[in-house]
Design a protein around this ligand. Structure first.
Ligand code: UDP
Ligand code: MG
Length: 310
């Protein structure tokens, strides 16, 4: 019989894990297919690993990996996908924000409708701070304009994929992983299911506003080189402006002589230009730093402990 692997990245989710398991098993026990549930403990500092071990003892389908420290959700996803053995693979958050009840419909999309993958997207951002939603929307607008890889607004990592697609994702071994982009980059037919945002059952989100902002910048750097062109465009623009300004100054000097004035405007111009130059150097630096990390070829994750269920 075929098997679905469920990969669950978990970081400090001691309260959510038992609730998650209860909800999930309610759904999967009714489905006529084998399952494996792979918890990836991303270096949690609370009792998450102990909670997972309890489940592993009572349920043969539960497997786990535990990292030596916190490597981040992207690394946990990669490790979980690598460890999975199912014909179909899904990613689910441990906080029940990805409703397990959608799984049968997702499976149907692949099995009966012939899609390679079924993804989910939130159509509302209910329960989220308004500024966060505002910037999220803006981010999708910008990145879709400057990147060839399409990013779907509100798309979750929660999706069911065929083995073939997972192998394609695993073949991208880059260190700076931006999953939303990677899923889209590999292509394949994806069906989108929409749902209303659900708030997490227990614990707290690991994403502060600042972390999300950095993540958004990482996404742009990983999937677009457009910012590198800013300096070229601004440079050409300023050359053109200065050309006309020089002609103007020459004419003015010939007609009216050369009074020493205008140093405040000179200071403003110097400040503005050096600001633009530093900004552009910063952009190059951002790309360079990513390249630097990439060339080191450090492991994406390090496993400290594995479960015994095979
Ligand atoms: N997560 C993780 N490593 C991290 C941060 C988060 O494995 O460094 C997991 C977390 O346990 C959860 C999922 O990723 O299962 C989504 O995290 P969270 O709910 O904090 O994000 P949000 O839903 O608020 O975007
Ligand atoms: Mg969440």
């Amino acid at each position: 019989m075929e098997k679905i692997s469920i990969v669950v990245p978990s970081y400090n989710e001691e309260k959510a894990i038992p609730l998650f398991y209860k909800e999930l098993t309610k759904v999967i026990n009714k489905m006529n297919i084998n399952f494996e549930i792979i918890f990836v403990d991303d270096g949690s500092k609370d009792q998450t690993l102990e909670e997972i071990k309890k489940l592993e003892k009572k349920d043969k389908r539960v497997k786990y990996l535990s990292f030596s420290r916190n490597f981040g959700k992207e690394s946990a996803i990669y490790a979980g996908l690598e460890a999975s053995t199912g014909d179909y693979i899904t990613l689910m958050d441990a906080d029940l924000q990805d409703p397990p009840s959608m799984l049968p419909e997702m499976y149907k999309g692949i099995k009966e409708e012939g899609y390679d993958s079924v993804g989910t997207r939130r159509v509302t951002r209910k329960g989220e701070p308004p500024i966060r939603s505002f910037f999220a929307r803006k981010f999708y607008k910008i990145i879709n304009r400057i990147s060839k890889t399409e990013m779907v607004d509100g798309a979750r990592d929660y999706r069911l994929m065929k083995r073939q697609m997972v192998e394609a994702i695993l073949s991208m071994k880059e260190y700076n992983r931006y999953s939303k982009g990677l899923f889209s980059f590999v292509g394949y037919q994806t069906k989108w299911l929409e749902y209303e945002n659900v708030e997490r059952v227990a614990g707290e989100t690991k994403w502060s506003f600042f972390k999300l902002l950095m993540y958004a910048i990482d996404g742009i750097i990983a999937f677009s080189t457009a910012p590198l062109w800013i300096s070229v465009i601004v440079g050409i623009l300023f050359c053109a402006i200065s050309f006309f300004a020089i002609i103007g100054i020459i004419i003015k000097t010939l007609c009216f002589g050369d009074p020493v004035g205008g140093w405040p405007s000179l200071v403003c111009i110097i400040l503005m230009l050096s600001g633009i130059q530093l900004f552009c150097i910063g952009i190059i630096g951002a790309y360079l730093s990513k390249t630097y990390l990439e060339t080191k070829k450090r492991p994406i994750y390090i496993i400290k402990e594995k479960g015994k269920n095979k």
